[in-house]
Design a protein around this ligand. Structure first.
Ligand SMILES: [Zn+2]
Length: 435
């Protein structure tokens, strides 16, 4: 990547310093103090410059199933969608991934996790990995799985579950083939059985052993709503946090999605062990799951990041809107002073980086990767703003430019790495064939 200077913008580096109008210099894929004379200059006057936002929970394949089971809670919503997802092919997953990543990029996201937990009709994890390389976002795919079908008391149909030995073998295959632990890595693979209500206790335990043996992270859904907690109490005789702890699913290498129903003891457990949480306020609102106790989690020291969750339960994939929702929901239950604007920005940046185990993204300090979002504060969305730093309160909701590892993914409000209109047309054909 060539040297580049972003000039004229208000830089909110999320590194502890106050926002300031200054040059931001990029070289070799990282933020640097200065670059030699003659470097390319990108005029960002009138813009807010922030670290790229970080998404810690998603199911990109669901981008092709938005607006379905519109009024159902979690379990009923899943049971409506499983038979549709069962017909997905590698083409559906690849197209959904490209579209979902383009949508995320426009919302300021430069690093995203994904949780793919069903593999019908020859679908493989690399269908998402190759798509992410095309779009150009930093990617943390997780190899999900379901192994307990309806006939064994689980939620998914039997046709969507896999043999547990085959699941573990495929986890090893994709880690060996695609996981890159190096600084600046564009792809880090995780191990992610779908949820305690769709895999066995044995698989949860074995997945934790495998992930630690391989030095990769662990991810699943936990304590999402009251039904989920009731299932845990009835089936395992334990609350979700205790179940997780007993199976090796706590620690700094673990993050759980949702955790809406964590109680005080579970929050202390997560804080003491460094176990992370992917907070998904839009999905939690859409499915009526509740409002996660994020204020208490952050105060206790739990690592918390944001997740847009799958596009079937959001039904959008906008990181900047997710951060706004996190802010609003915590204030709705705790009052206007319950959660500061900067804290919500921290969830979307430094919090997400910690949850994903990254020390090279999340701020714009020198030495960090050149993952940058540029927000035009001069347009309609932010017109009249008295504080250009108050991104989440006003607008805009889309970036003007987005750089990942110093490479342009969005320019002048358009994704430049893939042909988005062609991909939208492809999505329409794929959905029509399913309907
Ligand atoms: Zn999810």
């Amino acid at each position: 990547m060539a040297d580049l200077i972003l000039r004229g913008g208000l830089v909110e580096a999320m590194d502890g310093a106050a926002p300031s109008e200054r040059d931001l210099c990029l070289s070799g894929g990282v933020v640097v103090d200065a670059v030699p004379d003659g470097a390319e200059v990108l005029d960002v006057s009138g813009c807010l410059v922030t670290p790229g936002l970080i998404n810690t929970h998603h199911h990109l394949y669901q981008t092709l199933t938005r607006g379905i089971a519109q009024d159902a809670p979690l379990f009923g919503w899943l049971q409506t969608l499983y038979p549709i997802w069962q017909r997905f092919t590698p083409d559906h997953v690849a197209c959904a991934t490209r579209l979902g990543l383009a949508e995320l990029a426009l919302s300021g996201c430069t690093t995203t996790s994904d949780h793919l937990y069903l593999f019908p009709n020859g679908v493989r994890l690399e269908d998402t990995i190759h798509a992410a390389a095309e779009v150009g976002l930093r990617f943390h795919p997780t190899r999900g799985a379901m192994s307990i079908g309806e006939s064994d008391g689980g939620l998914p149909p039997d046709a969507l579950v896999e043999d547990e030995r085959a699941i573990l073998d495929d986890c090893i295959r994709v880690i060996d083939a695609f996981h890159d632990p190096a600084p600046g890595s564009m792809c880090r693979v995780g191990v992610a059985p779908c949820s305690p209500f769709s895999v066995s206790t044995g698989l949860m335990r074995d997945a934790a052993l495998l992930a630690r043996d391989k030095g990769v992270r662990l991810h699943t859904h936990l304590a999402e709503n009251d039904e989920d907690v009731a299932f845990s109490l009835e089936r395992f005789g334990q609350r979700p946090g205790d179940y997780a702890r007993d199976l090796g699913w706590t620690g700094e290498d673990v993050w759980h999605a949702h955790c809406v129903k964590l109680d005080d003891a579970e929050t202390r457990l997560f804080a003491a062990t460094g176990t992370g949480v992917a907070h998904c306020p839009c999905s939690n609102g859409r499915l009526g799951s509740g409002i996660a106790p994020v204020r208490a989690m952050v105060d206790a020291g739990v690592p918390v990041g944001l997740g847009v969750d799958g596009s079937a339960s959001n039904d959008r994939a906008s990181l900047v809107e997710e951060a706004r929702q996190a802010l609003l929901m915590q204030r709705a239950v705790g009052g206007a002073e319950a959660f500061a604007h900067r804290e919500a920005m921290a969830l979307a940046t430094t919090g997400g980086a910690r949850v994903l185990g990254r020390d090279d993204v999340g701020t714009l300090a020198p030495g960090m990767r050149a993952d940058v979002a540029v927000w035009d504060m001069a347009g309609l969305d932010a017109a009249g703003s008295w504080d250009a730093g108050a991104l989440l309160l006003a607008g805009p909701r889309r970036v003007r430019d987005l750089l990942v590892e110093g490479r342009r993914v969005v320019e002048a409000g358009r994704v430049v790495t893939i042909d988005v209109p062609a991909e939208v047309a492809r999505a329409r054909r794929l959905v029509e064939a399913l309907a």
